[in-house]
Design a binder for this molecule. Structure first.
Ligand code: HEC
Ligand code: HEC
Ligand code: HEC
Ligand code: HEC
Length: 182
């Protein structure tokens, strides 16, 4: 029985992959500042404030520090803030086609909301957000991603020149920004 359900789920997934790939490209990055107005107050969970206070919002700035310059020099990289070898993990939407960037998006925000939650152009409207919250709309259909451990280890891995170890449970606590229950 278990394998039967498994294979049905597999076939269903296969049918959706082309749709997902197609849909993905129409969602644009709007930048973390576009999330701020609704995710700033304590009542909302203050995700924006919490993010501003943690390492992810500083990831781009970090690439300008002497420590970063030192790492870059050893690898023959002239400017870490311009090089894909560093920027792919230290900023949002680096290397993404211009057509997928909304006018509000500005490079240099560090590891922004949309790195983990997906490009926000289609889900950031109040009514859409509320409908996702109440289950009327499935987040995936408008580009909203539910981040899990896999999302983190895209960057928290041995390819990071400063990598030591990554513990998902501990790391998640450090960046947690839950919405308070009403
Ligand atoms: C116009 C207001 C508004 C904007 C702008 C907005 N949100 Fe939301 N968001 C909400 C509301 C309202 C909810 C539902 C209550 C809650 O969970 O905070 C929500 C819920 C969420 C959730 C939880 C969804 C779920 O599964 O229940 C995530 C994640 C989220 N927002 C991320 C973002 C990100 C990232 C951005 C920027 C790209 C953004 N939001 C922009 C209002 C907004
Ligand atoms: C796009 C790449 C990227 C993704 C995805 C990402 N991170 Fe990070 N993370 C970074 C970078 C870069 C830093 C270091 C920033 C700095 O110090 O300037 C960092 C730092 C951190 C830190 C603080 C340093 C530490 O180890 O204590 C925590 C905690 C963390 N990340 C947790 C997470 C979790 C949990 C996820 C997944 C939900 C995640 N990260 C996803 C790139 C990423
Ligand atoms: C695969 C993703 C990835 C790449 C590529 C990457 N970083 Fe990072 N970087 C991280 C993560 C994740 C952290 C958080 C600490 C850790 O676990 O390594 C980090 C942290 C840092 C720090 C802070 C170290 C500390 O101890 O606080 C510096 C400096 C840094 N990176 C520089 C660079 C430079 C320079 C490059 C390009 C040569 C680069 N990184 C490439 C993911 C990456
Ligand atoms: C490094 C990855 C990462 C970044 C950056 C990030 N988030 Fe999240 N966010 C998560 C994870 C992980 C969860 C928990 C998902 C779950 O519970 O399934 C979450 C949950 C949320 C929730 C729902 C909380 C709840 O209680 O249901 C909201 C709202 C949210 N994030 C908004 C934001 C906003 C706004 C930003 C930018 C200011 C942001 N996030 C940046 C990883 C991230």
């Amino acid at each position: 029985m278990k394998t039967r359900i498994g294979s049905v789920a597999f076939v269903v997934t296969l049918c959706f992959i082309p749709n997902l790939i197609f849909a993905q490209s129409k969602f644009k990055y709007v930048g973390a500042k576009a999330c701020m107005p609704c995710h700033l107050t304590p009542k909302s969970g203050a995700a924006y404030k919490i993010w501003q206070g943690n390492a992810h919002s500083k990831a781009f700035a970090t690439l300008a520090t002497p420590a970063a310059q030192e790492i870059a020099k050893k690898k023959g990289i002239a400017d870490p803030q311009k090089d894909e070898k560093c920027m792919k993990c230290h900023d949002t939407a680096f290397g993404v086609a211009a057509a997928q960037l909304a006018p509000t998006f500005k490079a240099g925000e560090g590891v922004g909301c949309e790195v983990c939650h997906g490009p926000g152009s289609e889900y950031k409207a109040m009514q859409v957000m509320k409908d996702i919250d109440t289950g009327k709309i499935k987040g995936e259909t408008v580009g909203l991603v539910k981040p899990d451990e896999k999302a983190c280890v895209k960057c928290h891995n041995a390819e990071s020149p400063t990598f030591k170890a990554f513990n998902f449970a501990e790391a998640s606590k450090k960046i947690a920004h839950p919405t308070p229950k009403q």
